[in-house]
Design a protein around this ligand. Structure first.
Ligand code: ZN
Length: 386
């Protein structure tokens, strides 16, 4: 995550400046201090908690000509030739491997943006290049994004490189879902876990970006520890994406949902998704259009699922900390007509819809199906009233 070019992370000073991941950094520092840096790492954790930024800064340290150690903390110097070229984004001994590179593989020209990590990308951008000696630095570093999207063929292709990499080679797999990796892949890598970032740190960051109002607190809770996601929403919001207004409309439409109004509601949700996607496309040219659309659909569904989950909490009286605290009254209304069992079923339906998004099912179908399912209990009420 965090920009395909990685420019955002590169501009930072170093490992020292990575936000709120002290434990993960500490683990890397210990390996560095005793001179036994594993050749294969998995950086595991949710999207946007700092894995990519850490991988970039870690790579910069491994490539640096004159690393600085102060108070037991090692970091890149920031001024040597390697560090300067790295900051420029074109270091010959650093490679960022991601699925969209398929376009640049031998047979990839004109192919649609892939959903999984294509084996051609792993072969041509990692396996085939791994034996080449470093050009500038003492090592070479490969960072593989979205490791959870490596299918079995890609993982098997990668296996030998993970098992017996050349001494100068380091591979870092970023992964949000460890269970998607084969045991053979996992066992060859050292796993570093990245935890969620505290809400207060996230809201503080959003305010520093210039975001104000109730959106700040909401994004802080809704991000569930992912500072990267929160910052992205913050930037899009400042660009006029209307994410917070969309979420308020979604919660409102759930609270007032009626079977007869489902198709209209689905249409409004789709329109809001498109509005966010339009701003997002301009802000992040490195991500394919279809990926951005999927992410926007997923975002709206996540808003709906968290709202229904909140309603379940209120209906059961089990917890007071709800994500949509800014719309507590509306959530109460939702809890009123759905009831705890309806909410439970609704959350399941919502997750199912999110899986459909991942499988690239047509968005109209997804939203209409979900809303009709959720609204089923209102059919009888509508009949009684009409
Ligand atoms: Zn340096």
């Amino acid at each position: 995550m965090g920009g395909r070019s990685g420019s955002e992370g590169v501009r930072m000073m170093g490992l020292r400046d990575v936000f709120c991941q002290e434990r993960a950094i500490d683990m890397l520092q210990k390996a560095y201090a005793c001179g036994r840096v594993p050749h294969a790492y998995i950086f595991a954790g949710a999207d946007g908690v700092g894995r990519f930024t850490t991988a970039l800064q870690w790579a910069r340290l491994l490539l640096c000509h004159k690393p600085v150690v102060a108070g037991g903390f090692a970091d890149s110097c920031g001024v040597c030739e390697s560090c300067r070229i790295f900051a420029g984004g074109a270091h010959p001994d650093f490679a960022h491997v991601y699925k969209e590179l398929r376009e640049y593989t031998k047979d990839g020209k004109g192919k649609a943006a892939p959903v999984e990590m294509p084996i051609d990308v792993i072969r041509e951008f990692l396996v085939d290049k791994i034996t080449a000696r470093p050009a500038l630095s003492p090592r070479r570093v490969f960072v593989v994004s979205e490791g959870e999207k490596l299918n079995n063929a890609s993982q098997n292709c990668l296996l030998k490189s993970l098992e017996e990499p050349p001494d100068f080679c380091h591979i870092i797999l970023l992964c949000t879902r460890l269970e998607r990796l084969l045991p053979t892949t996992r066992s060859r890598c050292q796993i570093v876990r990245f935890g969620p970032v505290a809400v207060e740190r996230i809201t503080q960051k959003l305010r520093e970006m210039g975001l104000a109002g109730p959106a700040v607190e909401f994004f802080g809770r809704f991000a569930a520890g992912s500072i990267g996601r929160a910052c992205r929403w913050g930037r899009l919001e400042l660009d006029g994406a209307g994410i917070y207004e969309a979420k308020k409309a979604i919660v409102q439409s759930l609270a007032q949902l009626r079977y007869g109004g489902c198709l209209d509601a689905a249409e409004r949700w789709i329109a809001m998704g498109k509005q966010i996607a339009a701003v997002w496309e301009k802000a992040d040219e490195g991500i394919s259009k279809s990926d951005i659309n999927r992410r926007c659909q997923g975002l709206l569904l996540e808003m709906a699922v968290t709202a229904i989950n909140d309603a379940m909490k209120l209906a059961l009286g089990v917890a007071d900390d709800i994500v949509h605290a800014d719309q507590r009254g509306v959530i109460q209304q939702l809890a009123g007509w759905m009831g705890p069992e309806g909410c439970g079923a609704g959350v399941t339906e919502g997750y199912e819809a999110m899986r459909w998004v991942e499988s690239s099912v047509n968005e109209k179908l997804i939203f209409e199906h979900l809303l009709l399912k959720l609204a089923e209990p209102t059919i009888m009420a509508d009949r009684a009233a009409g």
